[in-house]
Design a protein around this ligand. Sequence first.
Ligand SMILES: C[S@@+](CC[C@H](N)C(=O)[O-])C[C@H]1O[C@@H](n2cnc3c(N)ncnc32)[C@H](O)[C@@H]1O
Ligand code: SF4
Ligand code: SF4
Length: 337
Amino acid sequence: MALAALKAGVRRLLLERWRAPRVYAALCSAEARLFGRKLRLEVCSKCQLKCPTCATAHGDTRRGVVGWGDLTPENLTRLLGSAGRVRELELSNWGEIFLNPRLPELLACAESAGVPVTVTNGVNLNTASDASLEAVVRHRVRRLTVSIDGATQETYAKFRVHGNLARVLAHVDRINHFKRLHGSPYPRLRWQFIVFGHNEHEVEAARALAKARGMQFEAIRNLAADYAPVRDPSSVAARTGIDYGIPTDSVLDGLADGLGFCHQVWDAPQVNWDGELLGCCFNVSRSFGNAFETPLRTLLKGPDYLEMQRVLTGRAPLRADLPCASCRLLPRHVARH
Ligand SMILES: C[S@@+](CC[C@H](N)C(=O)[O-])C[C@H]1O[C@@H](n2cnc3c(N)ncnc32)[C@H](O)[C@@H]1O
Ligand code: SF4
Ligand code: SF4
């Protein structure tokens, strides 16, 4: 924890204040050599639900560089063989990892390579084989976030269109069963509840359902401000800690200016299920080379990749061929050409 705070401080200093992208990149590669690097890898970009604000549901990711597919264990082995030491591997990005039928093999492969896995971004957990539910326990996935925005089926399915709350909760219970069976604290489970106008009255009921299952509960802000805004912000704020005094646009500006997601380009690069290096989790438009074919450390020094780092720190003007050109999270100090 203290190390993470130290790193965030160094990052702020080097990227935001001094705007020294190369120094931070050198620091990240030294850190990767000494302690291993953080990596983000999409296990499955497909999804079976149709959440109204989601780019996956709208087909935007499928039409772009992310596409629609599954990571294979063979490619995971190839990547881990050439990526150097990986100290944390996050497996969720735009899709639903449990739809990958080879998830148990993938988790076994990461574990045998000594790579700790997290699924912090989220799963909807509507569809899961018993083998997959056991595999997240058996292979010691460290953290698993389950996206559940309601405490009753009627409310839940308003956003999680085609979703079935009873099935999700049965899957959580099954994971807990396997945790008891294997005597394991992993995965640590987190219930993530996006607060909308249609579900704000169910926050407490959801919190109780989470507690009964040993899950950490977190209510988060809906980042799509136009969709189902909360009706009683002061009551929701008091019950969740979300500060509705700050408009969503300002929250997004703050994230953008603080390189809230852009920092992944340096310290937790995103790789797509088919090996394409995306850099950050928001890039849906272009690749920076294939990490199954070329070692990651080579791709991270590619000319366009380095140019993106210069752009993000205000050292070069924005180029139209970079994913940042159409991204809401572009820092406002970046000069548009
Ligand atoms: C694109 S989803 C992919 C992972 C998985 N399918 C899921 O829904 O958890 C990534 C994350 O975005 C969250 N998300 C989707 N719509 C959102 C919104 N309007 N505001 C905030 N978070 C949102 C999801 O709950 C999830 O945590
Ligand atoms: S479950 Fe996740 S990926 Fe699927 S549509 Fe909803 S937010 Fe998008
Ligand atoms: S501005 Fe660029 S690096 Fe930052 S989140 Fe958007 S696409 Fe990613």
